[in-house]
Every structure is written in C-alpha cells, then in structure tokens.
Ligand binder design. Structure first.
Ligand SMILES: NC(=O)c1ccc[n+]([C@@H]2O[C@H](COP(=O)([O-])OP(=O)(O)OC[C@H]3O[C@@H](n4cnc5c(N)ncnc54)[C@H](OP(=O)(O)O)[C@@H]3O)[C@@H](O)[C@H]2O)c1
Length: 325
C-alpha cells in the first residue's frame, strides 16, 4: 500500500536554494493588469507595481543564486592549458574559489600570476601535482581540504592523455600510462574528495570524457576504453552518492583546439576529414566545453545527474548524409 506516491528526496540533502519561498501550488496572482486586446496598453497600478518590484527582486535574487557559483569552492585538475584552463576561468568568473594543479611548475606559476593580475582578478590557487601518482593525489586533496576548511563543492576531473596506436602495437607500459592517468587517477580523486564534497552539503563532480567513450575512433582503443569507463563511473557515482547530495556528470568533447591535438590536426588531409565528419564543420573552442562544465556545477542544474553530454558539433549523432541526393 502506498501512502505517499510523491516522496520527498533524501531529507539529509538541503534544498538547492534557501532563499526560495515554500512551494505554493496556487497560480501566482498577476501583478500586472492587462488584456490581450491590441488597443489596451499594459497598465500597472500603484499597489501592484510594489508587487511587481517584489516579484522582480525575487526573480533577480533567484536568478543570481541559481546562476552563480559565489561562495563555492572547486578543484579543477589540469588547469594550466586547454580545456582545464578555460574551466578554471569559467568557474572563477562565476564566483567560485578555485584550486588547480598541473605537473609543470613554471607554467602553473605563470597562470596563477595572470589570474591574480588580470582584470577580473580570479581567486585561484594551485599545486604542482601529477594526478597519476597516489601520494601526489593525497597531498593535493590535503591541500584543498586545508584551503577550503574541509569542504569542496566542485570537483572537475579534467586531466587526460592520449597515445595513438593500433591495438596490436600497445606496450604494457603505454597501456598502463593511459589507464593510470585517465581512469585510476579520477577514481581515486573521487574517493579522496568524497568527505569534502559531502561536507559541503551540495557537491558536483564533472569529468572530462570524450566522444571516444561512445564511438570507435581510429588508434584510440585504450584512450576510448578509459573514457568509456569514466562514462560508467559517472552513472555509478550519481546513484551511489545521491544520498549525500553529490551530483556526477561528464562532458564528452570531439576535437577542441588545444595543445593535445595540435600535432594530429596539423595534417591538412586529416583536418579536412574531421571537418567532413562534423556537422558544424569546425573544431570546438575550450570555452565551448567550459560553459557546459560550469552549467553542470550551477544550482540551476540541480536535478541533472548521471549524464554524459557531448560537446562535439554534432559528430556523435552524424549518420549518413551523402553529398548527392
Ligand atoms: N582537446 C581535445 O580535442 C579533446 C577531445 C576530447 C577529450 N579531451 C579531454 O579533455 C581533457 C583536457 O584535454 P586538453 O586537450 O585540454 O589537454 P591539454 O591542452 O594537453 O592540457 C592538459 C592539462 O592537464 C595537465 N596535465 C596533463 N597530465 C597531467 C597529470 N598527469 N597530472 C596533472 N596534470 C596533468 C597539463 O599540464 P602539465 O602538462 O603541466 O601537467 C595541462 O594543464 C582530457 O581529459 C582529454 O582527454 C580533449
């Protein structure tokens, strides 16, 4: 016997925004008196204009809290170049305090300085860290914990690498490098960050996956398998940690203009084939990925979890469009 079909979500999870009024199922009273007649102008009465002001204040405060990361903390791995760099700027631009990491100390220092000195003065700190190393990961999360008082709202597992080879040619070492850097690292970073994400009361994990996790791409069997594993982990985490109000989603790019793909795309014939395969007929920009990552971290996306969203100019849905009808 069902007594209540409309069960509430886990009680431990706080509502997404405390500033919203309690649920009111009555249709809102109109603040404006107007008619559909084209001859009558929209009129606002004295008292309802106060109502309008209140409503618009409510809307603007609601909008600002739903579309802002103000007061939130984030860890973004691999933030000194490419997609990770854009993610750091996107999250910091929306108000988050961000910690990032990379292996190259000089490049990290340059980035931190430019974020500090830049016009917007982003709040970003950083650590030198190789995420494929267990001790490095532990130190990274310890640093984040002390910087952010044991609470983390956002974990962006962005680092990933690639080795392009046919299946038969992969050495054991190359296989291990890809699996360790792309998958083992993100699995353990999630484990390490879990207490911090839970303590924040509202956590969000975003993975940088790839279309290679959905479809077969030439010479990318191992990288594709690691991204496929990330896609599945995204779903398991979403279900397992929902009770702690931690969401988990992934973004899956196709070719984005970064240093990682510079070399392969320097081959003009290859690049032409990429354009042919991409309905939007161009490469993506890092900022076109970071905008989706940010959306998935915002309170505005609070009911989205367990999703892997392609950022690919339509490549992954491209079927067969012959040039002749
Ligand atoms: N670009 C694309 O077309 C594309 C397409 C699909 C998916 N992706 C995915 O997007 C993510 C980012 O790629 P990207 O193209 O932006 O790469 P990128 O331009 O090469 O930048 C990689 C960033 O990660 C850091 N990094 C690399 N290995 C690291 C490690 N072991 N530990 C810590 N930091 C490390 C790099 O700094 P250091 O070198 O100093 O460590 C750098 O900041 C990857 O997961 C990739 O698989 C990219």
């Amino acid at each position: 016997m069902y007594t209540n079909l409309f069960r509430q979500p886990y009680q431990a999870a706080p509502p997404p925004s405390k500033s919203l009024p309690p649920l009111d199922l009555q249709p809102p009273k109109p603040a404006l008196s107007h008619s559909n007649s084209p001859h009558k102008k929209l009129s606002i009465t004295g008292s309802s204009s106060l109502g309008l002001a209140a409503t618009s204040n409510l809307h603007s405060s609601r909008a600002s809290s739903r579309w802002s990361l103000q007061g939130m903390t984030a860890l973004v791995t691999g933030g000194t170049r490419g997609i990770g760099h854009a993610i750091v700027e996107e999250l910091a631009g929306l108000g988050a305090t961000v910690h990032t990491c990379a292996r190259n100390e000089a490049e990290l220092s340059r980035c931190l300085k430019s974020w500090e000195d830049g016009e917007e003065s982003f709040r970003v700190t950083g650590s030198v860290c190789d995420v494929s190393s267990g001790p490095h990961r532990e130190k990274l999360v310890d640093t984040v914990s002390s910087l952010f008082n044991g609470k983390l709202n956002i974990l962006v597992n962005n680092v990933g690498t690639n080795i392009r080879k046919s299946i038969i040619d992969f050495t054991a070492e190359e296989f291990s490098t890809l699996v360790t850097t792309n998958f083992e690292s993100v699995f353990h970073l999630c484990q390490l960050a879990y207490p911090l994400l839970k303590a924040s009361g509202s956590g969000s994990i975003v993975f940088t996956s790839s279309v290679s996790g959905f479809v077969s791409l030439k010479s990318m069997s191992v990288q594709g398998a690691t991204k496929g594993a990330i896609n599945q982990l995204t779903k398991n985490l979403a279900c397992e940690w929902a009770k702690d109000n931690i969401r988990s989603n992934a973004v899956a790019p196709w070719y984005i203009k970064t240093t990682m793909v510079e070399q392969v795309l320097s081959n003009k014939e290859y690049l032409e084939e990429v354009y042919d395969r991409t309905p939007l007929r161009r490469l993506g920009d890092p900022a076109e990925v970071s905008s989706l990552v940010a959306f998935l971290c915002l309170p505005a996306s609070s009911y989205i979890t367990g999703q892997i969203i392609c950022v690919d100019g339509g490549m992954s849905v491209n079927g067969f469009y012959p040039s002749h009808d």
